[in-house]
Design a protein around this ligand. Structure first.
Ligand code: EPU
Length: 337
């Protein structure tokens, strides 16, 4: 396939914050055999883009954007309890989830309606409503740019953590994820105790649980408080929920009884960053077109013409005020470019 490199392309349609930023060079990756050619051409730095739903461009990108559009969904193996499904990195995450649900493959229903692509999902170990990608992950294949060859990664190789993996750390920028293999359940194990799922299922008058019903409940909850990126630019949670040691949690809880925190297996507490931000008065804040969402303060929004620099400045102001009030540092979840 002939390599097409475009120049000075607007990235507005390719990232969910929807800022007016340009890429110096832009190309689409749809098959494996393009990879060596793309990196042989490469005259500049490069960035692989999935759905663009977890990044903030603070300026024009002076390199090559590689839009990963590798497609394909295949059932590759099954046993009594599981199916193993391979999906191209460029498949849309939610459409892949729906495909699995429609085939009766369970395990992804709580991860419904997350923006982005299959290939980007392992990088930050996406998670929602008590399930993380690592719970259904079997392996992935990635092209190592410098070594010019494919590598296979098993679950253990990926060092998954809370919104974290080896692909954000030692292997950052080294790989292009080409396909991901999921291990899904033939017999569902419903997880409905997290957040408002149970309540939502009641509201929906669901008498018999199913992966379809859970998926619909999750979609309804997400739509009720998370802004649709097609309507209002955003990248989901802008910050991670910070973990603090138990003594710090107790100290804060005494001072701020409303504080929301969740006990973790390692003894620490994960604080609801949304609560910290709301307490500092940011919820619903807006300066020009950069704002903190009125229904979920962990989400920063572009009302139309905000620049990446304006959103970044707002994020720094929020981090500073949360630190001044609670002495807790908020780490960004979104990739700042
Ligand atoms: N809260 C507030 N004010 C707010 C927002 C939240 O007080 O403005 C408190 C509430 O007590 C609420 C609690 O925080 O009950 C938790 O809020 P929510 O259930 O909305 O979840 P979250 O911790 O803010 C995380 C993930 C989301 C994921 C949801 C549901 C992170 C950084 N974010 O948000 O993931 O959808 O849980 O599981 O862990 C994303 O990563 O982009 C994302 C949207």
């Amino acid at each position: 396939m002939e390599l097409i490199i475009q120049e000075n392309i607007s990235l507005k349609p390719f990232h969910s914050f929807a800022m007016e930023v340009n890429a110096r060079f832009f190309t689409r990756l749809s098959s494996m055999d393009q990879l060596p050619e793309i990196f042989a051409w490469k005259k500049s730095s490069s960035l692989v883009l999935g759905g663009g739903s977890n990044l903030l461009f603070t300026k024009n990108y002076d390199g090559l954007i590689i839009k990963n559009e590798m497609k394909g969904i295949h059932l590759i193996r099954e046993d009594d309890h599981h199916v193993y499904v391979r999906a191209g990195a460029g498949e849309g995450w939610h459409s892949f989830v729906l495909h699995c649900i429609n085939n009766g493959w369970a395990g992804m229903e709580n991860l419904s309606l997350i923006p982005g692509t299959v290939g980007a999902a392992p990088i930050q170990n996406i998670g929602a409503y008590g399930v993380e990608l690592k719970d259904i992950f079997f392996g992935l294949e990635a092209y190592h740019i410098k070594e010019e060859k494919l590598h296979q990664f098993s679950l253990n190789d990926c060092a998954f953590g809370y919104r974290d993996s080896i692909f954000k750390r030692s292997l950052k920028g080294e790989l292009v994820i080409t396909q991901v293999i999921f291990r899904l359940n033939k017999i569902p194990e419903y997880k409905i105790t997290y957040g408002a799922i149970e309540q939502e299922l009641e509201k929906m008058n669901i008498k018999e649980l199913s992966i379809q019903a859970i998926s619909q409940a999750v979609c309804r909850i997400r739509s009720s408080k998370l802004p649709d990126p097609a309507v209002m630019g955003n990248a989901g949670s802008f910050f991670k929920n910070p973990a603090v040691p138990e003594n710090k949690y107790i100290e804060l809880k005494e001072k701020f009884p409303g504080l929301v925190g969740y006990h973790q297996m390692d003894g620490s507490y994960k604080l609801a960053a949304g609560w910290l931000i709301e307490y500092c008065g940011w919820k619903g804040y807006r300066l020009d077109d950069a704002g903190c969402h009125a229904l979920q303060s962990l989400v920063l929004v572009n009302y139309g013409h905000a620049t990446g620099a304006e959103i970044f400045k707002l994020s720094e102001d929020i981090q500073r005020s949360v630190f001044e009030k609670f002495e807790v540092r908020l780490e960004t979840e979104v990739n700042i470019i």
